[in-house]
Each structure stands twice: as structure tokens, then as C-alpha cells.
Design a protein around this ligand. Structure first.
Ligand SMILES: [Zn+2]
Length: 482
């Protein structure tokens, strides 16, 4: 007996295949109310049908409420990304670890997130400059590492399939086995009488259709111990001979060949009487299935293009909003005038560079070749004390700038930060000129570069705090890098 008592005032009685009159009588005897399915329990409708959109309504509403509490227009991209990730890691996980979300629901959740990320409120939609799929790619693959919901959902549900193999003593397994029956070591699918929940789990286990195909089935392998628990024909146990190979007739040559192949397959397998058969998760033979591992398996595509410069936007001392800004810049997804022309938002007559240099405002022009903004680079280089030319493309520029002072990783990391400061300063100056009608001189912009880099670096570099003045004239000396 546990010490907990049922509070009948707070409880309700729900009947399954029971006459209403009887249910009401029992409820009044127990002094609790009669409930109906579906009812909400821990934020999920119990007894509802997860294939229906209405089932997911509470989840959507909660995400919406949580995000609309924040005025996204007052937050930077960095702030929005952090919030969005935190909402995603906490809110829908509970629902997604039980139920397969219909693709309509995944798109609805995504569109709430997209609007939030790009700064639109519920009724005004702003331009999504980069596809959601790219935003969801991992940082190693050039994205921002937001979760792909569909794959995450599958990875969470895959856990049930894994438990089905390794936790056969569990009550829930015994319930399922009793309800649907077991065939060759697998709980049966149950056909039409199967619950919607169970049928989705079986689809993942058997790789019936949908995303990832047979990822689960291909992920497991049977490690044979004494062999008593494994099914010769259906379990995936030969991966990696027997002696009593007796045949009723002589084998033909092609049969001998097949026999040879078969023996090779069985070469590494010996029965061990004292060990029982176990299941192994291929990608992690030691600790077995994990949601994180399965998610990686489902989202990693080896053919994804990868740009070296995209790695450089992530720097520990650079604010997240600046990294996201650089991420958009390198993909040419900033609202530069020429990009706005392409999207039909302004006319092509209105795409002159705000510096009045007569050039067209493309990212390349603004950040490198503009006679006004672009000259910041040479001032910065003479401040730091090195010289180089400006490559034409932004990615080359970033790479060359970062690697221009040789191999020392502290120097590289410093120049990487300075490059990010510079593009940030240029963009802000451009916006000041465009929207506030105020402009600053080149020396003032250089001061900003010095100031921002000082702020960002001083939290982790104690040397810097006492050497503010030498920072102004010779940053490498100040950082002890000469
Ligand atoms: Zn210009």
C-alpha cells in the first residue's frame, strides 16, 4: 500500500464500455464526478485520436501563448533563437514522446516558430529570408541547430520500439503482449483493433512508410549468446560455421558457392551457453538507443554541402545576434536593397548605396567594395598592424582576414572576432544612415570596432581591463600576441 489517498473531490470516473446508469451510481457513491473521454491529463487529451488536428490544439495553444508573451520585435535574433529553442525543448516533448504528430501539426508548429523568429507578430508576416529547413540544420552543417520536429518526434517514438526489445519484463510490454499477442518475438500489429498509438509505433518498428524508412530495423542487430531467444530466420543476427553441414545429396557448384558465402557470414558467431541473447543498437553498441543518437541518425545526410567560412561565424565571445547576422550575410540573405528588389519590395531605381557612391547596394558592395564602407577594412588592418588585399567574395574575405596573420589559433580567433565586429559596425552604420538620417565618419567607425571588440573580449581576458589605452593603439601587444 502506498501512503497516497485518492482525493475523490478532485477525481473523476471515466467508463469504458460501461452503462451510464451504473457509472453514475458508482460516481455518486464515491462522491466524484463522471468524466468523458477525451479529457486533459498533464496537458494531453487522454482517449483522443492523435491523428486528428483537434487532439493537438492544446499543444499548439501553449506554444503560441508562451511565445506571444514575448514581444518578438523587441528581441534580437539571438534572443529569439534562444527563446525558440527553449520553448521547443520543453513544450511539445511530452506529447511528441507519446504520439506521432500529423504532418499538418508539425507545419503549424513550425509556422508559429518561423513567424516568431523572423519577428512578425501573429497578424503581420515578415519575410523569411532563410528556409526553415536550413535554420534547423545543425551548426556543423551551416544551420542554427533548431530541432527538426518530425525527426525529433520519430526519435522519441523509436524509444518505445527499443524498449519493446530490451525491456520485456515491463508492465506495459506485458499489457501489449496480452492484448495483441506475440509472433516470432514481436508484438503483433493488431490490425483494425489496434490503438492508433500502437499502430504508429509498429510502423516505425517495421519501417512501413514515411520518413527515414527502415531506420529503426536497420539500426538494431541481434547479438547471439546461447541462441535460445533468437529467431533464426527473422532476427537480424548475422552481420559480422557450423560444423554439421550434412546434405541429402551432393551439392552443385553454384550451391557450394552459396554455402561458402553462408559459412563466411556465420564465421564469427559462436554460441555461448552462459550468455543470453541481447539487442544492440548499431550506432551505439555500448549504451544502446538514445533519442539524441537516433535524431542524429535521422537528420544527418552525408551529402550536405559544407562551407568552411560558415564555421567561423560562431565565436564564443561574439554575441549570438551578431553570429546570426553574419550567418545571413554569408548566405546573402540580408535585406540589402538589391535583395529587396529581387523580392519585389522596392523598385530597381531605389537600390543605390546609401553612402552616395553611385554603386548598387549588394552585400558585396556594402561590405567590401564600397568606397565609403569598404575603406573600414584598411583602417582596421593598420590598427592591428598587418596588410592584405580584399578578396572579392565575402566568404573568401572572411577566411583570408581570419587566417592572414599565420597559424596561431589565438590570433586567428582574434581576427575572426574583429571581422565579425567590422561587418556588424558597417551594417549598423548603413541602417543609421538609411533610417535615422545620421552618419558617422570613418575614424568614428574604427573607434566603434575598437570599443565593441574591447567589450566582447574583456569578460574573458583580464589583461585587457587594465590596458584599455594600449588596446586603442596596439591590440596584439595588449593581448600578448606579439
Ligand atoms: Zn557604396
Amino acid at each position: 500500500m502506498s501512503g497516497l489517498k485518492v482525493n475523490f473531490n478532485k477525481s473523476m470516473l471515466v467508463g469504458v464500455n460501461i452503462a451510464d446508469s451504473w457509472l453514475r451510481a458508482v460516481a455518486s457513491a464515491l462522491r466524484c464526478t463522471v468524466g468523458k473521454t477525451p479529457f486533459l491529463y498533464l496537458g494531453l487529451p487522454i482517449g483522443g485520436d492523435p491523428r486528428r488536428l483537434g487532439f493537438w490544439e492544446p499543444v499548439l495553444t501553449r506554444i503560441q501563448n508562451r511565445l506571444s508573451g514575448w514581444k518578438s520585435c523587441f528581441l534580437s535574433f539571438g534572443g529569439r533563437l534562444v527563446l525558440l529553442k527553449s520553448v521547443l525543448t520543453s513544450m511539445p516533448v511530452y506529447a511528441l514522446s507519446f504520439f506521432k504528430a500529423p504532418s499538418g501539426i508539425i507545419s503549424s508548429i513550425n509556422s508559429i516558430l518561423i513567424k516568431f523568429f523572423w519577428g512578425g507578430s501573429e497578424d503581420t508576416r515578415k519575410i523569411s529570408w532563410i528556409s526553415w529547413k536550413d535554420i534547423c540544420s545543425s551548426k556543423e552543417h551551416g544551420g542554427l541547430g533548431v530541432r527538426h520536429l518530425r525527426e525529433f518526434n520519430l526519435a522519441l517514438l523509436g524509444k518505445w520500439c527499443w524498449r519493446m526489445l530490451v525491456d520485456r519484463g515491463g508492465l506495459w510490454f506485458r499489457v501489449l503482449a496480452a492484448r495483441y499477442g506475440v509472433e516470432r518475438g514481436c508484438v503483433r500489429e493488431g490490425g483494425r483493433i489496434g490503438s492508433a498509438w500502437w499502430r504508429e509505433i509498429v510502423r516505425i518498428r517495421d519501417g512501413v512508410d514515411g520518413l527515414g524508412g527502415r531506420w529503426f530495423g536497420e539500426g538494431v542487430v541481434r547479438k547471439v549468446g546461447d541462441g535460445t531467444e533468437s529467431y533464426f530466420w527473422t532476427d537480424p543476427w548475422v552481420d559480422t560455421g557450423g560444423e554439421a553441414w550434412e546434405w541429402r545429396r551432393h551439392l552443385w557448384a553454384w550451391e557450394e558457392e552459396m554455402l561458402g558465402e553462408c559459412q563466411v557470414l556465420l564465421l564469427d558467431i559462436t554460441l555461448q551457453a552462459q550468455l543470453s541473447d541481447t539487442w544492440i543498437w548499431r550506432t551505439d553498441p555500448v549504451s544502446g538507443y538514445s533519442v539524441r543518437g537516433a535524431y542524429q541518425l535521422l537528420t544527418t545526410h552525408p551529402s550536405d554541402p559544407h562551407e568552411a567560412a560558415l564555421d567561423l561565424i560562431w565565436h564564443k565571445q561574439v554575441p549570438l545576434k551578431v553570429s546570426i547576422f553574419a550567418w545571413r550575410l554569408l548566405r546573402d540573405r540580408l535585406p540589402t536593397k538589391s535583395n529587396l528588389v529581387i523580392r519585389g519590395i522596392i523598385t530597381s531605381e531605389a537600390q543605390d548605396c546609401v553612402a552616395g557612391c553611385g554603386g548598387m547596394e549588394t552585400a558585396q558592395h556594402l561590405f567590401i567594395s564600397c568606397s565609403t564602407f569598404g575603406s573600414l577594412w584598411s583602417s582596421v588592418r593598420s590598427w592591428i598592424g598587418f596588410s592584405s588585399v580584399d578578396p572579392h567574395s565575402l566568404t573568401d574575405h572572411f577566411l583570408q582576414f581570419t587566417f592572414s596573420s599565420g597559424g596561431l589559433s589565438v590570433r586567428r580567433s582574434f581576427l575572426q572576432l574583429i571581422w565579425l565586429v567590422c561587418v556588424w559596425v558597417i551594417w549598423n552604420e548603413r541602417n543609421q544612415r538609411l533610417f535615422r538620417n545620421s552618419e558617422q565618419t570613418l575614424p568614428r567607425l574604427l573607434d566603434k570596432v575598437k570599443l565593441y571588440s574591447y567589450w566582447w573580449l574583456k569578460t574573458t581576458n583580464m589583461n585587457l581591463v587594465s590596458n584599455y589605452h594600449s588596446w586603442w593603439t596596439s591590440p596584439f601587444t595588449c593581448l600578448g600576441m606579439v
